[in-house]
Design a protein around this ligand. Structure first.
Ligand code: C5P
Length: 353
């Protein structure tokens, strides 16, 4: 019988999926709050947050790759063994001849992670969450184009519903409005069009990066956590680039670079980074222990969670168009994730194991 990886008796597949659903809605809410709750003059740098995310994720992935945990459980439901690899072996795995392949998804994910901040600053948390589901559409398109996957007619229909649902949700966000009630000029103002364009482009990079990462994983035997370290390493330069450019153009003296990097970087900024780091690690686990079909379910569940929390926390106003649009997006996600009738031909988005 195949060994099912588990932690204290609970399959890692289930743990990772539930964690992803909660993480997804927490990220939307915390990121939105961290961006709109302060006036522009006290905003933290999104570029610093993206850099910290990659740095921390890389360090944690390195530790996991170093420990090589055997998740198959013993009688007490605990991981069977934790064996350390030699640092020399780990270094040669990380700097393998094909490591450059990770540079492409790394650059795309850095762009996506930066765009997420633009979107979260300019859209309601719930609207952002629903619109971000368009990544199912781009992932499908890139899977058909790059992986030559076939979609069932139900899945094409679901993609059409998804586009219609997102379109309906957008109807209500066609005008700019302040995120906080204030008569001061120094108040965060949301620009829904800017937010929508940022999400649209983030969906494009999400689809391309996800499919490309899947291609790299499938075509080699390399450990997932080693791949994650490679991903983070290649992300550092593009994540640092906007910071270096802004410091250089502002003629910031070298001694002031570090304080400038963490200017206004408070508790909410660190909370956003922490939830994003968790998301990166859990996404990697979902790819390994589950598949993208179930990942779709986890994200659709997070729409409902973010929606309810937005109503409670941000006094988000439920309009008929929002409920209708999100309902259609939920149905489309469910329809899209229906098991294919002919698995060999229609299997779609099955992540590598
Ligand atoms: O929403 P989507 O699945 O595209 O989000 C992927 C997120 O997970 C990105 O923030 C990306 O940086 C992160 N990720 C990661 N490691 C992977 C794959 C994705 O950190 N192996």
């Amino acid at each position: 019988l195949p060994v099912v990886p588990s932690l204290c008796g609970v399959p890692l597949k289930h743990i990772s999926l539930v964690t992803l659903a909660i993480q997804n809605s927490m990220l939307t809410l915390i990121m939105h709050h961290s961006r709109v709750s302060t006036p522009p003059s006290r905003a933290y740098s999104a570029a610093t947050a993206v850099l910290m995310n990659e740095l921390l994720k890389g360090i944690i992935s390195f530790i996991i790759a170093y420990l090589r945990i055997d998740h198959s459980s013993d009688a007490a439901g605990l991981p069977r063994s934790i064996s350390r690899v030699s640092l020399r072996k780990l270094a040669s795995d990380i700097f393998s001849p094909d490591c450059w392949k990770l540079s492409i998804p790394a650059i795309l994910y850095v762009i996506q992670n930066n765009l997420q901040y633009v979107a979260a600053s300019n859209l309601d948390a719930a609207t952002f969450q629903v619109t971000y589901q368009m990544k199912i559409l781009t992932t499908a398109a890139f899977s058909v184009l790059l992986l030559r996957r076939k979609l069932s007619s139900t899945q094409w229909l679901a993609l059409l519903f998804l586009a219609i649902g997102v379109g309906i949700v957008q109807i209500q966000t066609d005008h700019a409005r302040p995120a906080a009630l204030s008569v001061s000029a120094d108040v965060h103002t949301m620009n829904p069009l800017k937010g929508f364009l940022a999400v649209a482009f983030a969906c494009f990079t999400s689809g391309l990066a996800g499919v490309y990462f899947e291609m790299v994983l499938k075509n080699s035997q390399a450990d997932l956590w080693v791949r994650n370290v490679q991903l983070s390493l290649f992300s550092l330069l593009p994540a640092l680039a906007p910071i270096l450019v802004s410091h250089a153009s502002a003629h910031t003296p070298a001694s002031a670079w570090l304080p400038a990097l963490f200017h206004n970087f408070g508790l909410w900024a660190w909370a956003t980074v922490a939830v994003q780091v968790l998301g990166g690690l859990v996404t990697a686990m979902v790819i390994k222990y589950s598949d993208n079909i179930l990942k779709g379910f986890a994200t659709s569940l997070s729409i409902v969670l973010s929606f309810l929390a937005s109503v409670l926390l941000f006094r988000f106003q439920m309009t008929f168009t929002f409920v209708l649009g999100s309902g259609i997006v939920l149905v489309a996600t469910w329809l899209y994730n229906q098991p294919p009738r002919r698995p060999a031909r229609d299997a779609f988005l099955r992540a590598p194991r």
